[in-house]
Design a protein around this ligand. Structure first.
Ligand SMILES: [Zn+2]
Length: 334
């Protein structure tokens, strides 16, 4: 057993997996990419589309005797721009194959159009949940201004859930674990008990189950938190010793972390239930009651949290949605 995050990084390095923490312009800070020194020579995630990230990636590869041109396989863990922004540039330089969950291939190939549609979906969702129009539109333009850090990319190796990727010295099994995003995929080395989990699990912050259009293109709003909790329960059953995250340090006790996260969601759900039981409220009113001003500055994030927990309550039959003049209000069931 590996007791500490530092020990876990050392053990991963002995297995040929090296963490590169690449700078991003986002509040989350650096993003972790992983070099897998094997055949094919592989990079898991890329960092955002910026000169600074590209320089840093180049110098960290050089420290291991490689260059971007040497990469043979790029694995994309999920659709967020801090993880895939350099994908197209890396492919142009290296000709690397690109592996990702097949369900996300269209989305990754049509990045700009998809981002535009995603923003429109988010604005509609915010308005339906009581967020004032000018605030929703302001957030849409912030999201547009971030788009340049992303990239389109052609997935040349679409993966099915459970599909193995064979290397010279190891096998990684791709496991779809949606929730934080619909395309979240983790990569499991059963022999070494190492799980490359990206943003599915992060030690120091709870992964936001952001409400995102489903990958099948349907207009129905997905229940992101419900899906995320199901995914965490699956990961909980895995005998992983080291979980390598998309941000921050490795996790050496994923069962305890998952139990803690699920308990926190349970407490938040009860807090939201009490607010709804007091009187019917919109998602935005609930977010303001809990997060005050943050419900304004981070309106979509906090709304995603509220809707996620309200979904749990609706599924339990304790809360229902009432539609009032195009705005949804949550009300306790009698
Ligand atoms: Zn992410």
């Amino acid at each position: 057993m590996t007791a500490t995050p530092e020990g876990a990084l050392e053990q991963a390095a002995l297995a040929g997996i090296h963490r590169f923490a690449i700078p991003t312009p986002f509040a989350v800070g650096r993003v972790n990419c992983y070099l897998i020194e094997d055949e094919p020579l592989t990079l898991v995630d890329t960092g955002p589309n910026s000169g600074k990230a590209l320089d840093e990636l180049g110098s960290q590869l050089a420290a291991h005797g490689h260059s971007i041109n040497d990469l043979e396989l790029l694995i994309v863990t999920h659709q967020h721009i801090d993880h895939l922004g350099l994908a197209e540039i890396i492919v142009q330089h290296s000709g690397a194959e690109v592996a990702a969950i097949g369900l996300a291939a269209d989305r990754l190939a049509n990045f700009s159009e998809d981002a535009e549609r995603e923003d429109a979906f988010a604005v509609g969702l915010m308005l339906r949940n009581g967020i004032p129009e000018e605030m929703a539109l302001a957030l849409q333009s912030v999201s547009r201004s971030f788009r340049g850090w992303g990239s389109r990319v052609n997935v040349t190796r679409p993966l099915a859930d459970g599909e193995p990727i064979a290397f010279r010295d190891r096998t990684l099994r791709a496991l779809h674990r949606p929730g934080h995003s619909p395309s979240d995929t983790v990569f499991w080395d059963e022999e070494r008990k190492i799980l490359i989990a990206a943003d599915h699990l992060i030690a120091h912050i709870s992964s936001n189950p952001l409400i995102t259009r489903s990958l099948d293109g349907s207009d129905e709003r997905p229940q992101a938190l419900v899906t995320y909790i199901e995914s965490m329960r699956k990961t909980r059953e895995m005998p992983a010793e080291i979980v390598l995250s998309g941000h921050g340090d490795p996790i050496v006790d994923h069962v305890a972390l998952i139990d803690d996260r699920i308990a926190k969601h349970e407490r938040r759900k009860e807090k939201i239930y009490r607010l709804i039981a007091e009187r019917p409220r919109t998602g935005f009113e609930i977010a303001q009651a809990i997060w005050k001003n943050v419900a304004v500055t981070q309106a979509f994030l906090t709304l995603s949290e509220v809707i996620g927990h309200a979904d749990l309550l609706v599924n339990e039959g304790r809360v229902r949605e009432i539609d009032e003049k195009d705005v949804i209000r949550y009300e306790a069931s009698a």
